[in-house]
Design a protein. Structure first.
Length: 365
């Protein structure tokens, strides 16, 4: 049996044959204790370094029953190993992460998104950059699964945010094969490689939600995946939208970000509902904010080192005269509204560059 198949493993104390006959995973008999299960997973490289819930047949079957999809249905191939992300393997890793069955449709949509060629999951998984997928969830499914879209949306304490994000990381490890020190070559790594999942605060935002902006209806649920390489907090203790733009653009105009160096990708700005309200009251649409930020983030070419980099990034700069643009166009900038109401902090997430954000519909059973 190949290791790729073993990575979709069900750990059990007793194995009911009729249940297993409907699935394709291997089974192991191990001591029924949290410590033994944790050590077993660690030794085989199937954990993110934290304890996991043992994916017994009954637990996995509960996931599959809710999804109402064939266990062996292929959702996509996750690189670099081109591992087969079947519904069953998604369910196994969801159990390990602590997910509820109700999260399965969201996880399936996420796997569909990250396995699209334009997202370039192979690049994200193998680069020296600390990039990881950031997950933005929209639509009615947020309330249905109890996702936190408000204060602390990217922080700890919410089961849906935490375990959906963690399940994706386990899939990237166990199905995609991105093992630290061997295929995942990130020089420093990042806390975002554990969990990076948020909801958009649609209810408190005056702007149309991200998934609507990207072509879906308000009634649909969706997930957008963005390849981000970190977060910068922008202190915006001001009252005028122009002050917000200056502070946010000062963080965005980081010439060491990949989106500058590759002239590609989707720089991500996360505003609060308070920012959106102040912008809207002053007559700014979301698109107008993007245009202003794009212009403010053009930096003089002479700010870059005079020597040519070892990867010759400079040959592909997006130029406007003697200034370098942060990406190809204002439309490449993504703005999401999330978090608490106060317009005191915005987040900027630089982009990996060699990746394009992807949005997929969450198909509910």
């Amino acid at each position: 049996m190949t290791e790729a198949i073993q990575l979709g493993t069900i750990v059990e104390v007793t194995m009911p044959e009729p249940t297993m006959a409907m699935m394709d995973s291997s089974a192991f008999d191990i001591e029924d204790s949290p410590e033994a299960i944790f050590q077993f997973m660690l030794e085989r490289g199937w954990s993110d370094g934290l304890p996991v819930i043992p994916p017994t047949p009954d637990r996995v079957r509960n996931m599959l029953d809710y999804a109402q999809r064939d266990a062996l249905e292929l959702v996509g191939y996750i690189n670099p190993d081109a591992g087969s992300a079947t519904i069953e393997k998604i369910a196994v890793n969801a159990v390990m992460a602590g997910c509820l069955p109700e999260y399965m449709p969201v996880l399936i949509a996420i796997v569909q998104a990250i396995t699209e060629p334009e997202f370039n999951i192979h690049g994200l998984q193998t680069t020296t950059n600390p990039v990881s997928p950031l997950l933005i969830i929209n639509g009615p499914v947020r309330e249905q699964i109890g996702l936190n879209s408000g204060r602390g949306t990217l922080g700890p304490g919410n089961r849906a945010n935490a375990t959906i994000g963690r399940a994706v990381r386990l899939l990237l490890l166990n199905v995609g094969g991105a093992k630290p020190w061997s295929t995942d070559m990130s020089v420093h790594g990042s806390p975002a490689k554990y969990v990076s999942c948020m909801g958009e605060n649609e209810e408190d935002s005056v702007w149309e939600p991200l998934h609507v902006e990207r072509g879906l209806s308000l009634e649909q649920s969706a997930v957008t995946v963005v390849g981000t390489q970190g977060m910068s907090n922008c202190l915006t203790f001001y009252k005028e939208p122009e002050s917000f733009l200056n502070m946010i653009s000062s963080a965005m105009a980081d010439i060491s970000d990949n989106n500058y160096l590759l002239a590609a990708g989707n720089p991500l700005v996360i505003l609060t509902p308070g920012h959106a309200q102040i912008f809207a009251d002053a007559g700014y649409t979301k698109h107008m904010v993007k245009k202003e930020l794009f212009e403010l983030c053009k930096v003089p070419f002479d700010r870059f080192p005079k020597e040519t980099s070892v990867i010759t990034y400079e040959e592909g700069f997006a130029m406007d005269g003697d200034r370098v643009c942060p990406c190809q166009s204002p439309d490449d900038i993504i703005i999401a509204v999330s978090g608490g109401p106060e317009p005191y902090h915005a987040l900027y997430c630089g982009n990996f560059g060699d990746t394009t954000a992807v949005t997929k519909v969450v198909e509910l059973p």
